[in-house]
Ligand binder design. Structure first.
Ligand code: SF4
Length: 66
């Protein structure tokens, strides 16, 4: 499997992992399937993750005032 940047078409769009500060890793296998590797739990949690005791939302990027 290879690490990959977030794909354009995210699998499990309802998953909390996408917006988690833990910085989920997107791992694509040779068949093109994408798996979400959690650096906190060090495993692939069953998706979609709808509740997680370790979930912390990413801080939103602040845009400079125009
Ligand atoms: S801590 Fe929970 S919500 Fe965050 S990436 Fe890991 S499994 Fe997903």
């Amino acid at each position: 499997m290879n690490s990959a940047p977030p794909p354009d078409d995210l699998p499990f769009p309802d998953s909390l992992c996408h917006s988690c500060a833990a910085a989920i890793r997107y791992v694509r296998n040779d068949r093109g399937s994408i798996f979400l590797l959690c650096p906190i739990f060090r495993r692939y949690p069953p998706q979609p993750v709808l509740e997680c005791e370790k979930y912390v939302p990413k801080e939103k990027e602040e845009r400079p005032a125009e």
